[in-house]
Design a protein around this ligand. Structure first.
Ligand code: NOJ
Length: 582
């Protein structure tokens, strides 16, 4: 039976190759994960999402899978995975796997067979054409590559080594279900589903608009059979108490609802992208100045849009984007902006995801040469865009945009190789700031980003208003402050919480609880004009980035709140009755 336990939980994303090396070969692995599970638990999260840990030639670092039911030898063995799963569960941590079924690796046995002939049992597992259409891939030029054995072209929306599966073939869908059951029967707690909105392509694969990248999207995004196929997969998870979070690049809110609501619901949450393009145009490779207004609008759109209907997946970092402090915050005010960014999203309605290293405020790396970068899309972008600029200028784009900035080894200490590995060198460059930015240092500093994440996650768990309360954006046009309130209680919310949808205990007489979150974005000190509805109310500072809240008592909220460079303050209103009519 499916319940909705994930609503009160939060997750830590592990991109294993750079998490922790346990066997001294310079590459992160399951042994390293096992060593650090208590650390993960100490953050106050409730589970782990593993980016792919399966066998893979690593053309796209794990997202090109050659065996869905195995473990990459770099990362360990299936027995070691079972050990991690067992220990995680003992610690009360759920484990969520990445399900990458839009494509496989070209080294997957299905593709090796498929490419051999037009008639074998795997011939229709992929999309083959005698003549390619005009689609572009995301990572490497045209989306079609010629295969001499078949004298045909195969489709790959991502790299050449990631052929797209033909989901219209029922046999392929059966394979997907077998893979899902394999992991579910082992005891995993859900799936993060990679570019899941792309798996159904329009019949005949017609030409798209002649616009690079975006051109043909209307032929494969939210395709004709997407809901039918996802419901088939949903029927598999119906037998287990797990959740499914789907990645939906460029999925607008209205479309997202078709996946998240109603009798045809096929996903519990959607990884949306609206708030990840507040400093760029579609991709980080076309940079713009960061706009707080866009950030607030994007997050608010999803908060209002899904309220009472569906549940948000909340994140500001993952393995696909450069580090958020370097983008939306300030490296100069790393600590302050790191905490502010945390407060800006952890208290929204939804299930938070925290990416490894985010909790200690890791920042982007600047490597001297493009050949020092490993990511296929980084290299491709470098050789494709801004070609008239100098190498130095082109490298500046890489520094702003590369996914590799989020994939450098996790900085555990100021020691050799940042405590990531005992090997002579790590598999990838370590950020030069590791002496000052590392877990050990963050543990020592009571004002650190790490401690702030712990406090914030604990607060979110304690406060029903932060879990289930109604969201309202305050001062929407303010360019320096992101302020919102969460209101919980009163008959309506209490009875909703009583329903299976919210999964809580419910108390019809619960008093209204209100929380105010104010986040200051900017290097210059700033003053926030407290909205009229909060002015003069009795409230308690329950969290702030400068630690003034510890021991803070009730106070009357002034007309203005003062902030230094960046910073966040969270207030809980006291006894609503006293404030009636204000
Ligand atoms: C989205 C994943 O998050 C990304 O890392 C990957 O490159 C693409 N999908 C293709 O699988």
């Amino acid at each position: 039976m499916r319940t909705e336990w994930y609503k009160e939980d939060s997750f830590y994303q592990i991109w294993i190759r750079s998490f922790k090396d346990g066997n001294g070969d310079g590459i992160g692995d399951l042994k390293g994960v096992l060593e650090k599970l208590e650390y993960v638990k100490s953050l106050g999260v409730d589970g782990i999402w593993f980016s792919p840990i399966y066998p893979s030639p690593n053309a796209d670092y794990g997202y090109d899978i050659s065996d869905y039911c195995g473990i990459h030898p770099d990362y360990g063995t299936m027995d070691e995975f079972r050990e991690v799963l067992l220990k995680a569960h003992e610690l009360g941590l759920k484990v969520v796997m990445d399900l990458v079924i839009n494509h496989t690796s070209d080294e997957h046995p299905w593709f090796k067979e498929s490419r051999k002939s037009r008639t074998g049992p795997y011939a229709d597992y992929y999309h083959w054409k005698d003549r390619p259409n005009n689609w572009d891939s995301f990572f490497e030029g045209k989306a079609w590559t010629y295969c001499p054995e078949r004298d045909q072209y195969y489709l790959h929306l991502f790299s050449v080594k990631q052929p797209d599966l033909n989901m219209d073939n029922p046999e392929v869908r059966e394979e997907v279900k077998r893979i899902m059951r394999f992991w579910l029967d082992m005891g995993v707690d859900g799936f993060r589903e990679d570019v899941i909105t792309y798996i159904s392509k329009r019949e005949g694969l017609p030409d798209g608009w002649p616009v690079p990248i975006l051109g043909a999207m209307h032929h494969y995004k939210d395709g004709p059979h997407i809901h039918e196929y996802l419901r088939e997969f949903r029927a598999v998870t119906d037998d287990y108490d797990v959740f499914q979070v789907g990645e939906g690049p460029m999925t607008w809110l209205r479309t997202a609802k078709s996946y998240l609501t109603g009798p045809g619901k096929s996903l519990d949450m959607m990884i949306s992208f609206d708030h990840m393009v507040c400093d760029c145009l579609f991709t980080e490779y076309i940079p713009l100045p960061f706009s707080l207004l866009r950030y607030k609008r994007a997050l608010s759109r999803w908060q209002y849009g899904l309220a009472g209907k569906a549940w948000n997946a909340l994140y500001i970092e993952n393995h696909d984007h450069p580090r958020v402090i370097s983008r939306y915050g300030s490296e100069e005010y790393r600590k302050e902006s790191g905490k502010t960014l945390a407060a800006s999203y952890l208290f929204l309605q939804g299930t938070p995801f925290i990416y490894q290293g985010q909790e200690i405020g890791m920042t982007n790396i600047r490597l001297p040469d493009i050949n020092d970068y490993a990511d296929v899309s980084t290299r491709h972008n470098f050789s494709t865009y801004h070609l008239k600029k100098t190498i130095e200028e082109r490298m500046e784009y890489i520094y702003r945009s590369s996914r590799d900035s989020a994939r450098t080894p996790l900085q555990w200490s100021g020691g050799k190789n940042a405590g990531f590995t005992d090997a002579e060198t790590a598999w990838f460059a370590i950020n030069g700031n590791f002496a000052e930015v590392n877990v050990e240092e963050e543990e020592k500093d009571p004002l650190s980003i790490l401690h702030f994440y712990r406090e914030a996650l604990a607060l979110r768990k304690r406060e029903k208003a932060l879990l289930y309360g109604k969201y309202r954006l305050l001062s929407p046009l303010d360019r320096h402050f992101f302020a919102y309130e969460r209101t919980y209680g009163g008959e309506k919310e209490a009875s909703r919480e009583n329903s299976a949808d919210a999964g809580g205990t419910g108390d019809r007489r619960a008093a209204e609880e209100q929380i105010l979150v104010v986040c200051h974005f900017g290097r210059e000190p700033g003053t926030f004009r407290v909205p009229r509805s909060w002015r003069g109310r009795k409230a308690r500072l329950i969290l702030d980035t400068e630690n003034r809240h510890t021991g803070a008592g009730e106070e009357t909220l002034p007309d203005k709140l003062s902030f230094g460079a960046y910073g966040a303050q969270v207030y809980k209103a006291c006894a609503r009755e006293e404030n009636h009519g204000k």
